[in-house]
Design a binder for this molecule. Structure first.
Ligand SMILES: Cc1cc2nc3c(=O)[nH]c(=O)nc-3n(C[C@H](O)[C@H](O)[C@H](O)COP(=O)(O)OP(=O)(O)OC[C@H]3O[C@@H](n4cnc5c(N)ncnc54)[C@H](O)[C@@H]3O)c2cc1C
Length: 455
């Protein structure tokens, strides 16, 4: 194949996955050119329709480490030790995510992260062209047309192979699908989200606990808040699209204020611009994208959200996309033929992507409905006790997904076994005083082999 001589790839989209992949591949000697629809965020400020900050976990950090980008990113991150759960009628309480401060997640500003990665990609030798929106592709002749949305002018290029890191609405995926159906299916959630902001305190610090992910669970819906390095919090309200309350029933800023006064009274005084922001920001859609085939021979491949967008409730979309970048770079190392490399990449990642998509959907129910429920709390207590006794066998679901790099499909399967153990052992109990630890030891050893990486 021609790629062994040229080793050149054209990336579509310089978002999170595109900029990280550009670093990884440039470092490995590929000639990388990236085309990005938006303007350069270093020149004109960051335009993004969504999620201002993101939770970064071990999978993402591992990929950043592989690219030599971890230190620069972590310098801007805020530690989140656990969930600060705000019940309606009781004071907030911190539920730690892990055993100690070595098991935490990190809040990172999307724009800061993207800019850091873009800088490093250019430094590694990648060429990034902004204001280039992929418009059409001729896969036979290997020509792609981009549009500059400022003047509607077309720009045509020749490519060896295209890599789609252009997100959930991927134009490359659409072009590939037109050429040869990829088996695409999108399931929209019947809930959407809206972002608001808690400004810093007068002294520049946080107005509520800074080292936590705040959650206001309210059954069918919830509000969350993640800290930013400058003392602000990005607040995200997730609501159904229909019914009461919903994005259909809460339209005006005044109606939003009334909803907060009733359901999130401790958050309301923290969000001074609630009414204006409510009216200025349209709700964001949430969905899961399933794709049977991620590549078109050796001519094009998609990854990250372009291949498997998911709902955000496990905070793993970016982390998973970053894992994809390392997996694709490894597959390209192992297979000189591009079609073989893309096929190996898909084979290695597809099952795991499907598993985290499923876990992300399940986690919405846990966050909005279960985190303040007595059964859930007792099960969590037992989970921690089982982990303390048999740390290499009983590894909590959240730990496998967030603090380890256990393949997502294995985490999904083991979590199902563990959930059954937790439910059975706590059924009809209010505390752990009468737990039969000997029986549990046998069950844990029978059903849960030692997990690689657990300690
Ligand atoms: C509300 C919300 C909260 C989230 N929270 C988290 C979290 O806490 N942790 C986490 O890990 N993940 C989170 N995610 C998921 C995360 O945002 C995505 O998984 C991640 O951004 C995927 O990266 P990507 O590079 O594949 O796509 P994107 O980041 O969307 O990047 C795509 C890039 O392609 C460009 N582009 C698009 N179309 C074209 C075109 N035609 N031509 C050229 N360029 C194009 C875009 O401008 C963009 O720069 C969240 C998502 C949402 C919606």
């Amino acid at each position: 194949m021609d790629n062994t001589q040229t080793r050149s790839l054209t990336l579509i989209g310089a978002g999170l996955a595109g900029s990280l992949l550009a670093i990884l591949l440039s470092q490995r000697g590929w000639r990388i050119t990236v085309y990005e629809r938006r303007g350069d965020p270093r020149i004109k400020g960051y335009e993004s329709g969504r999620s201002i900050n993101l939770a970064l976990a071990e999978r993402g950090r591992h990929a950043l480490r592989a690219a030599g980008a971890e230190a620069a990113v972590m310098a801007q991150a805020v530690m989140m030790r656990g969930r600060m759960v705000h019940p309606l009628d009781a004071p907030p309480q911190l539920q730690r995510y892990g055993r100690d401060d070595s098991e935490v997640i990190w809040s990172i500003h999307r724009a800061d992260l993207n800019i850091t990665l873009l800088e490093l990609a250019e430094r590694a030798g990648a060429r990034i062209h902004f204001h280039r929106r992929l418009h059409t592709v001729d896969f036979e002749a290997r020509y792609a047309r981009f549009i500059d949305d400022r003047d509607d002018q077309p720009h045509d290029i020749h490519f060896d192979s295209l890599v789609g890191t252009d997100g959930a609405g991927s134009a490359l995926r659409a072009a590939m699908n037109r050429k040869s159906p990829l088996g695409e299916r999108i399931e929209f959630l019947d809930h959407s989200y809206k972002e608001l902001e808690i400004p810093p305190a007068a002294d520049g610090g946080f107005r509520i606990e800074g080292n936590a992910l705040h959650i206001w669970p309210r059954g069918r819906y919830m509000c969350i808040a993640l800290p930013n390095a400058g003392g602000t919090f990005t607040v995200t309200l997730f609501l159904p699209n229909e019914g009461r309350p919903s994005f259909a029933s809460v339209n005006t800023g005044a109606e939003a204020r009334a909803l907060f006064a009733k359901d999130f009274p401790d958050a309301l005084p923290l969000i001074p611009h609630l009414q204006q922001d409510w009216e200025a920001h349209p709700p964001g859609l949430l969905g899961t994208l399933y794709l049977d085939r991620w590549h078109l021979g050796g001519r094009a491949v998609v990854l990250g959200d372009a291949a498997h967008a998911m709902v955000p409730f496990h905070g793993q979309g970016m982390n998973c996309a970053f894992e994809d970048c390392v997996a694709l770079a490894d597959a390209l190392d192992a297979h000189p033929d591009l079609a073989a490399a893309y096929a190996a990449f898909q084979a290695g990642r597809q099952q795991d992507a499907a598993a985290i998509q499923q876990m992300a959907l399940e986690n919405y129910l846990e966050m909005r409905d279960r985190v303040d429920d007595a059964n859930f709390l007792l099960q969590r207590q037992l989970e921690q006790a089982l982990q303390a006794r048999w740390p290499t066998r009983f590894v909590p679901h959240y730990t496998m997904v967030t603090f380890l790099r256990t393949p997502y499909a294995i985490a999904l399967a083991r979590s199902a076994v563990q959930r059954t153990i937790l439910v059975e052992a706590t059924r009809g109990r209010h505390d752990l005083s009468a737990i039969d630890w000997t029986a549990l030891e046998r069950i844990v050893h029978e059903r849960l082999p030692v997990l690689a990486g657990a300690h």
